[in-house]
Design a protein around this ligand. Structure first.
Ligand SMILES: Cc1cc2nc3c(=O)[nH]c(=O)nc-3n(C[C@H](O)[C@H](O)[C@H](O)COP(=O)(O)OP(=O)(O)OC[C@H]3O[C@@H](n4cnc5c(N)ncnc54)[C@H](O)[C@@H]3O)c2cc1C
Length: 300
């Protein structure tokens, strides 16, 4: 839903034929090599460079926070191919086989205890020139297309999960006690549960709106940022309500026999902190909405 969409939009026929079936069948896992130690929100400042040498690009540099880098078969890698033009104009996207010589992936430990994302180092990695996605030095547009698909469509994957969580939370609120009553009888808890329930329905409708636009125009629009802010902040609110219902039990990790639902709620609370950062921070999403949806002048 992210890489396949970008490859459909920018790939050559050979790239589409080789790569898309295995993305759809999940035989090949992809990762997104965008962020670097000095380039996150300001992605266009990235420094990983690729130099053309005959039929290959030679890549050197470092990426960071790469989700699923450790299981990735392929990487959509954004590199600098021209350092002598304005920063947005010297970028290119390469499709990199993660088994190439010179690729090193190191785990980064998150506060959940798992290592979902990674640092990636590229040392003289040779990538066939035919693996350029889109045009050379047009990588900014290709990368933005990936981000817009990610922001516009990700909510569809998350909606069933949120729905499952709110239903389970409503069930558990009848069992957990608050001020001598079931939490479900506490007026404030009831308000918060109902609010989350309503917002999850809004999230579903926002997603349908985003899909309608993609169906009508073939591409996601900047309003995908509305959905990104909405689901990420909603998920944090939902997990906060869960913690309020469970009290200290909510903080227990999976290995503890008193943990609620084998620790999925303590895990969820910690993992949702990253939701408002991944795929672009909430501040950046609000800037995009301000400029591209509301027509406000660009921030300086
Ligand atoms: C769980 C998780 C998974 C991730 N997966 C990937 C991945 O697979 N691939 C990948 O490439 N990256 C990934 N990232 C990295 C993510 O895209 C970046 O962390 C994010 O873009 C922010 O960049 P940064 O961390 O460098 O923070 P910075 O850009 O340094 O931002 C720091 C703070 O300043 C604010 N800020 C920065 N610029 C502005 C501005 N212009 N206006 C207002 N506020 C601003 C930000 O909102 C933030 O609060 C992941 C991150 C997380 C948390």
């Amino acid at each position: 839903m992210v890489w396949d969409s970008t490859i459909i939009a920018y790939g050559t026929e050979a790239q589409k034929k080789r790569l898309i079936p295995k993305i759809l069948s999940a035989e090949e896992i992809w990762c997104q090599g965008f962020s670097e130690p000095n380039a996150g929100s300001d992605l266009a400042s990235l420094q990983t460079e690729a130099r053309l040498d005959g039929e290959h690009y030679v890549v050197n540099g470092q990426k960071v926070w790469t989700s699923y880098g450790w299981v990735g078969d392929w990487c959509e890698l954004v590199v600098r191919t021209d350092a002598n033009v304005p920063k947005h104009k010297g970028l290119t996207v390469l499709l990199v086989d993660m088994k190439s010589q010179g690729v090193e992936v190191r785990p980064l430990r998150q506060m959940t205890g798992e290592s979902e994302f990674n640092e990636m180092f590229f040392r003289d990695v040779r990538v066939p020139a035919e693996n350029v996605l889109g045009k050379v030095n047009d990588g900014w547009n290709v990368a933005v297309s990936t981000l817009m698909h990610e922001r516009g469509a990700y909510g569809s994957r998350l909606h069933p999960l949120f729905k499952r969580n709110i239903n389970r939370l409503i069930e558990l609120s009848r069992k957990f006690q608050k001020n001598g009553h079931a939490a479900a009888q506490d007026p404030l808890t009831r308000q918060k549960l109902a609010q989350c329930y309503a917002e999850i329905e809004i999230m579903r409708l926002n997603q349908l709106r985003a899909f309608s636009r993609i169906t009508a125009t073939g591409a996601p629009g900047p309003e995908g940022s509305i959905q990104k802010i909405f689901w990420s902040e909603l998920n944090q609110r939902l997990q906060q309500v869960a913690q309020e219902i469970f009290g200290p039990y909510g903080q227990l990790l999976g290995g503890d026999s008193h943990a609620v639902d084998k620790g999925i709620w303590s895990y969820g609370y910690l993992r949702t902190r990253g939701n408002t950062i991944e795929a672009g921070t909430s501040e950046v999403q609000r800037s995009i909405i301000g400029h591209f949806v509301l027509g406000l002048p660009k921030s300086y």
